[in-house]
Design a protein around this ligand. Structure first.
Ligand code: LEU
Length: 85
């Protein structure tokens, strides 16, 4: 399993959807990446497990908290994901 850092340049919508979160006792996982979006161009793919958002670990975040972080980002969004390839 490989941790990969991705920097998405721009502003929301980044073009991905999330599942999981602390309230579900599940990891936050990227479930969909919109073709042609900033996320797609940056190498994010469905199935990637989210590790951190703008340097903040997501393991204690609910899905809503994580989404709020993602939506707050302006200019760029720095993600660390675990790719399962
Ligand atoms: N759907 C949002 C976007 O593409 C991300 C979500 C996690 C808040 O920017």
């Amino acid at each position: 399993r490989v941790h990969t850092s991705l920097t998405l340049f721009g502003s929301p919508p980044w073009g991905f959807r999330l599942s999981g979160g602390k309230e579900f006792n599940q990891p936050l996982v990227i479930t969909r990446v919109t073709p042609g979006s900033i996320s797609a161009k940056s190498g994010l793919t469905a199935g990637d497990v989210l590790i951190s958002v703008n340097g903040q670990f997501v393991n204690e975040m609910t899905q809503d908290e994580c989404e709020a972080k993602v939506k707050q980002a302006v200019g760029s969004l720095y993600l660390v994901v675990e790719k399962n390839a």
